[in-house]
Every structure is written in C-alpha cells, then in structure tokens.
Design a protein around this ligand. Sequence first.
Ligand SMILES: Cc1ncc(COP(=O)(O)O)c(C=O)c1O
Length: 381
Amino acid sequence: MSASTQKSPRSYFDWNATAPLAPGVSEAVVAALTLPGNPSSNHREGRQAQALLDSSREAVADVLGAGTLDVVFTSGGTEANHLGLMGLARCGKGAVLVSPAVHPSLLAAAWRAGTEGDGCVLSPVHEDGRLVLSRAEALLSEHRPSVLGISMANHELGSVEDVEALSCLCQSAGCLLFCDAVQAVGRVPIETLVDLVDGLSMSAHKVGGPKGVGALWLRPGPAVESLVGGGRQEAGRRPGTQAVALIAGFAEACRSVAGRLADAPRQAVLRDRLAAGLEALGAILHSSGAGLCNTVNVRFPGVPGDLLVTGLDLAGFAISTGSACSSGTTEPSGVLTGIGLSKEQAMEAVRLSIGPTTQMEEVQSLLEVLGPILERAKRFC
Ligand SMILES: Cc1ncc(COP(=O)(O)O)c(C=O)c1O
C-alpha cells in the first residue's frame, strides 16, 4: 500500500451516536441469518427461529431483571419510545408531561400522544438537563397527566435523572412513568428500573448491538395497543415478522452489558481527563462529572461546533455536534436550547462520548491536536 493510500488510525469519540459492535455480535447475526424459518411458523424451521427469539428475549430481560413476557422487540429506541409512551398515554387519556431535554423521538411521541389527549406539557429542567423535581411535582398536581416521559440518561449532556424520586412523585400523583433508558444501558446500573417505571425503551446499537433493533419493556397491567395493524407477533403489541438476526445480535450485545458496567469507573477517569483538558483549552463545560461515565459536552465560545467536528475528523477523530439524528440540520439542538443556551451558543456545542475500548492515549492525542485546530478555527471565524 502506498503512503498516500494508507489509512491513518482513527479514534472514535461518538459512542452516544452508536457504539462499535461488541465481541461476538456480528457472528451471532450471521449465524441467525442462515436460519430459514419464520418464528411464527409451526414446523421445525419455524421452531428453531422461535427458540432463538426466546433465548434472545431472555438475554434482554436479564439486563433489566425482568420477565421475558414483558419485553417487546421493536425496530429501535425511536419506535420503542413511541409504542411505550403513546401506549401508556392512551391508557389514561389525560395530558402528557415530558422533559424538554429528552431525545427527539420521545418528545415527538409525547406531542402526538398529547394531541390525542389533553395536550403535552413541558416540565422545566436544570442546566444539566435533569428535571426540576419541585416543578415536576407542581405540574403533576396541576395537570394530573396520565404519563410522565423522561430519559434516564441524557444523550447529549450525559446527566442522569433521579428516577427513584420521580417514581415517588408519579405514584403519589397517580401518573404512569415512561423512561427512555437507551443511553443508560451498560453505563449505569438499571436492574431496579423495572420496579420504578411503567415502561422503558432500549436500543441495541448503543450497547454494541446492530442498528435497527431495540426493545420496549412494559409493566404487566396497562393494555398497551400496537401502533399498526397486522399479525399477532409480540403478543399483538408489535405486529410484523421479527428481525430475528438483528435480535440475536442485540441479545449478544446484552450479554456484554455486565462487562461494560464494570468498565464504567475506568471510563469516568478518561472522561474527567478529557473534560479537564478541554477546559484548559478554553471550553465551557455543559456536562458535569456527576453524570454518565462516558459523556463530555462543551462549547468553545466563538467557534462553531461543526468546524471542530470537521477539523478533528480530518485529524482522525470522530466527535459530534450533538445527537446524530439532528446532524445536518441548521437548527440548534433542542436539548441545549432547552437548558437555556442561545441559538449561537448551542451551535458551538460539541459532544465527545467514549466507550469500553477508548484508551487514555487517544484522549491525550485528541487534546494535543485540538489546540492547533482551535487556533485555525478562531482565525477563520
Ligand atoms: C436517548 C435516546 N433515545 C432514543 C434514541 C433512538 O434510538 P434508535 O436510534 O434506536 O431509534 C436515541 C438515539 O440516539 C437516544 O440517544
């Protein structure tokens, strides 16, 4: 290979957008692809596919400490948020209360559910994106919503909600609680979550599984109806032939969750080094050390975030300006404007998120190359 075609090593700092595949996942997907049967069919091939579906459901339920009957496979976190939040809201028909700092998919589900019920109310958040508990309590008593929608871990800021306190508030107010756990799985312990909430969402590709598959867990009780019509798959809650191969990959990724959790303290050390180094280069931190072990969100005043993303990309580092689903838009992140940043400040934000394979040397290298990139960007602006 000539020097000009040689690939330079890349460092990946965008684990919140998607995580690289966990060990064994691609093998599990490929093996499942060779199974010919439809899991709903009553013959040997069908039963083989069904058996794989059953063991995969067990692996996902194990992560939650939940029963398998309550796990519904979906096409990802976006669908799980819609099916869960809209389904719970339809059980009550009241208003929907939601944090403005949640992922756009949960916010969209809340608005849609609100139009079917008594509207959607936004509950104010602190500057780290967590709900202000006293305000949530007041809104619960004022609006008597049927459901509150939250994200356990914020995808842009990395802050982690006090789910236990919110669960108590909801129980006192007779309100159901739906929790987007997509960014929390494998980063914070979640095995008590099923005792605190009425529904939660997960997405495979945030824990090293394939893209395009996820799960919804629902507390037995509320009769959540499917959003589309069709067959009786997933106990009628999600019609359509299951994506058996992707689900097998999701299950394999779930088997790595304990190891990912064990690595969290190591990642927190890297996160703190990264945050301190960025601050030393003039960054204003939007995230705090109290949140997710892997997420740093900052802005460099006067420097547009997308210039830094491009500069670092050319230097071999993948970072992002915010959630991947909003990249390419000229609108600022709703999460960042929701915590009180101006449009200009929000457009300066960058998110760096790490994972189990990130090394301290990569953090050091990023900080070294960032100085000159910032200098060039400032001259350009
Ligand atoms: C907190 C959160 N919820 C939901 C989603 C959507 O998940 P998916 O990409 O599987 O639809 C994401 C993806 O970025 C997310 O970060």
